[in-house]
Design a protein around this ligand. Structure first.
Ligand SMILES: [Zn+2]
Ligand SMILES: [Zn+2]
Length: 414
């Protein structure tokens, strides 16, 4: 399928063409943000940039410093109706950019390597179009510009505590995705992205001479057993119909080839969807580490830190999304994709309010835009902003405009 095919958006929604007319500005905003990335919890300038842009469009109902540097802006429709929230995150990552693009990061060691610059520019474009058409809306649109997605506890939870979802009936969000080709939209009903937890284990042995293990407690040997036994959690303890990952990504111990290590440090990540599986992995993991260590006379300290919960896409809203996308974009590139083991704090919004989160394809090898997210050479095909923006506009039209296809909403209800 061609990109042009999917860009040929629904003829019956004139807003789509308006988004195209401001596409150059969206690219400009994205490239500006890309050059001046800010880390999670430090995004003061990005937040000010967003506020400025929203004001320049004429939007006046803007709350700043919501749960940190978050911004909540409301576009009030001409008639009463539902309230739809659209969310975009805006933090960057501690990565030194290695691309050769002219708009490369000017901040050493910090890079927009996840595409949140694109999310922000997309939502700004959508905001501008929606504000222009506010009188046609039966209901309100809440724009959630969220900081600190990359680093738990994350901005979503803080913004919710600060009231960003008050009065909201449905919440929508997307991640641009380099692993999906441009022109594709990937959705999934139910569990879509995994809960992501952090583990930190210290194993205290007793150091000694490499020639005399009988007088020592070898932290390397014990930690190796721990790593091996932890792999049995997924294969022997978790329901085979349910997903879980236990990864030990860091193993540090020892100082010299002929010295028995005194301590070993392990760090890892646990990914699950189902909350009961998540709790079970935590219990089994703690149990295995403690029992294996005590069997070999070592002492264990286990820290299990819960990260973001799993993203659960609500059935009705996801069905409506799929139908609306089929109708909006002429080609059949709206595909159901498999759940991902990556994490996303959009999950917190979906725990409060029904909604759905999807991936908008942004990969294009011709533009060297096919590196994975968080890679120092990450980039995306910027036309994704147009596609994601049209998807947002089309969903708002569906929920808040009388000319939206009511059949779709009714069918999804039933
Ligand atoms: Zn990321
Ligand atoms: Zn991201």
């Amino acid at each position: 399928m061609t990109v042009n095919a999917i860009e040929k958006a629904a003829v019956e929604i004139p807003w789509m063409n308006e988004l195209e007319s401001i596409y150059d500005s969206m690219v400009e905003w994205r490239r500006y943000l890309h050059q001046y990335p800010e880390l999670s919890y430090e995004e003061s300038k990005t937040s000010a940039f967003i506020e400025d842009k929203l004001k320049s469009f004429g939007i006046t109902d803007i709350r700043t410093n919501v749960g940190g540097f978050g911004i909540v802006a409301v576009i009030h429709g001409g008639k009463p109706g539902k309230t739809v929230a659209l969310r975009a995150d805006f933090d960057a990552l501690p990565i030194d950019e290695e691309t050769d693009v002219p708009y490369k990061s000017k901040v050493p060691g910090v890079m927009h390597a996840c595409g949140h610059d694109g999310h922000t520019a997309t939502l700004l474009g959508v905001a501008k179009v929606l504000y222009h058409h506010r009188k046609e809306l039966a209901g309100n649109v809440v724009l959630i510009h969220q900081p600190a997605e990359e680093n738990p506890p994350g901005g979503a939870q803080a913004m919710i505590k600060d009231g960003c979802l008050e009065g909201v009936d449905v919440v929508l969000g997307t991640h641009l995705w380099s692993a999906l080709p441009i022109g594709t939209i990937g959705y999934h009903k139910g569990y879509f992205m995994a809960a992501s937890d952090y583990i930190n284990i210290k194993i205290q042995g007793k150091g000694g001479h490499g020639s005399a293990p009988q007088y020592s407690i070898d932290a390397v040997a014990v930690a190796s057993q721990v790593v091996n036994q932890l792999q049995l959690i997924v294969s022997r303890e978790v329901d085979p119909q349910k997903a879980a990952v236990v990864t030990i990504g860091k193993f540090q111990a020892g100082v010299a080839h002929n010295v028995i290590a005194d301590t070993a440090f392990l760090e890892g990540t646990v990914r699950t969807f189902d909350e009961t599986v998540r709790q079970k992995v935590k219990t089994e993991l703690t149990n295995i580490v403690e029992k294996v260590c005590s069997a070999f006379h070592a002492e264990a300290t286990v820290e299990y830190r819960f990260g973001y919960p799993a993203v659960y896409n609500h059935e009705k809203e996801t069905a409506l999304f799929k139908k609306t996308m089929d109708r909006t974009f002429e080609d059949k590139t709206i595909v159901e994709i498999a759940p991902q083991m990556g994490g996303e704090d959009f999950s917190y919004y979906l725990k409060e309010v029904p909604g759905t989160f999807w991936f908008t394809g942004a990969g294009n090898p011709d533009l060297e835009a096919d590196y994975p997210h968080h890679h120092p050479k990450f980039n995306f095909d910027e036309r994704v902003m147009l596609i994601a923006g049209k998807a947002f506009l089309s969903m708002v039209h569906q929920y808040l405009c009388s000319s939206g296809d009511k059949r779709l909403t009714e069918e999804s209800n039933g």
